[in-house]
Design a protein around this ligand. Structure first.
Ligand code: GUN
Length: 283
C-alpha cells in the first residue's frame, strides 16, 4: 500500500512561509505583490480554479484582482486589457485562465503578456529559456510536481520516468524538469500503441492526459511513484477524480498523489511563489 503525498499539506506549509515573507514587504518595499487573473467565460472548472487562486492570494497576503469577462469578449478587447496591465507598474503578475473560448487565439494572447509578468511561465521566451536551461519562470504544475517528489526525497537521477500527455502546460515542461533532474524520460500520448508496456517500466509515472481513471493498477510497476495530474468528474458519481484509478494504483505504488488534494494545491502554491518572484525581480 503506497504512501499518499498530500499536496494540500505541503502547499499549506509553503504558503505559511510565503505569508511570513510577504508580511515584511510593506515595510521593505512599500507594497505587497499584485496578481491579476483574467477569466473569459464561465467554464465551471476555470471558475473554481480562479476562486482557489484568489483564496490562496488572501492567505499569503498577495493582492489579487480577478477580471471576469463575458465569453463574447473579442480577442482585440482581451489584447487591449493585457496591454494596459503590461504597463501598469502596480501589477506584478498577469494570468489568463485557459482554455479561452475558441474564437480567441490563446498563443497570441499568451505572447502578448509582458514576459516579466508571465507568472504561468507560458510566454514563448520563458518556454525557450526553460528548454535552454536559462533562468526563467517555471510553469506552476510541473514546478509543484518536482517539489512534491523532493519533499519525499524521491530520487530522480538515473530513474525511468514516464509522462503520459504532451501538453504545453504540463506534459512537455514536466518532462524537461525531470530530464534536468537526470531522469530518463519517455513521453507517451494518445497515439502510443503499447502504453501499458511503457508504463510498467516507469519508476516515476506522471499522468496528465485528462481522462478519468485511465491508468489502472495493472499498468503500474510495483514500487513506482505515481503522480496524478488529472482533474475530472467521475461520470458515475459526479465526484472529482484523477486520471488514475486510485484504489488499484495505490496497491502497487510506493508513493501516490490523491485527487483532490494532490497536484492541484501545489500548482496554486507555485503560482504564489512565481508572483512573489516577479515582484522581487522589480525591487
Ligand atoms: N488551465 C489549466 N491549468 C492552467 C494553468 O496552470 N494556468 C492557466 N493560466 N490556465 C490553466
Amino acid at each position: 500500500m503506497g504512501e499518499i503525498i498530500s499536496g494540500r499539506t505541503l502547499a499549506a506549509s509553503l504558503k505559511q512561509k510565503m505569508a511570513e515573507e510577504v508580511a515584511t514587504f510593506e515595510s521593505k518595499y512599500g507594497r505587497v505583490p499584485q496578481l491579476t487573473v483574467i477569466l473569459v467565460g464561465e467554464d465551471p472548472g476555470s471558475v473554481s480554479y480562479v476562486t482557489g487562486k484568489a483564496k490562496s492570494c488572501a492567505e499569503v497576503g498577495i493582492n489579487n484582482s480577478t477580471v471576469r469577462l463575458s465569453d463574447k469578449t473579442t480577442e482585440e478587447e482581451l489584447l487591449t486589457l493585457i496591454a494596459q496591465l503590461n504597463t501598469d507598474d502596480a501589477v506584478d503578475g498577469i494570468l489568463v485562465q485557459l482554455p479561452l473560448p475558441k474564437h480567441i487565439d490563446s498563443d497570441k494572447v499568451i505572447a502578448a503578456i509582458n514576459q516579466e509578468k508571465d507568472v504561468d511561465g507560458f510566454h514563448p521566451l520563458n518556454v525557450a529559456a526553460l528548454w535552454q536551461k536559462q533562468p526563467c519562470t517555471l510553469p506552476c504544475t510541473p514546478k509543484g510536481i518536482i517539489k512534491m517528489l523532493k519533499s519525499k526525497n524521491i530520487a530522480m537521477a538515473g530513474k525511468t520516468a514516464v509522462v503520459i500527455g504532451r501538453s504545453n502546460i504540463v506534459g512537455l515542461p514536466v518532462s524537461k524538469l525531470l530530464l534536468d533532474e537526470n531522469a530518463t524520460v519517455t513521453i507517451c500520448h494518445s497515439r502510443t500503441p503499447n502504453l501499458k508496456e511503457v508504463c510498467l517500466k516507469a519508476d516515476i509515472l506522471v499522468v496528465a492526459i485528462g481522462r478519468p481513471k485511465m491508468v489502472t493498477g495493472d499498468m503500474v510497476k510495483e514500487g513506482a511513484v505515481v503522480i496524478d495530474v488529472g482533474v475530472n468528474r467521475n461520470p458515475e458519481t459526479g465526484k472529482l477524480c484523477g486520471d488514475c484509478d486510485f484504489d488499484s494504483c495505490v496497491e502497487k505504488a510506493l508513493f501516490i498523489t490523491p485527487v483532490p488534494g494532490g497536484v492541484g494545491p501545489m500548482t496554486i502554491c507555485c503560482l504564489m511563489e512565481n508572483t512573489i518572484e516577479c515582484f522581487l525581480k522589480k525591487h
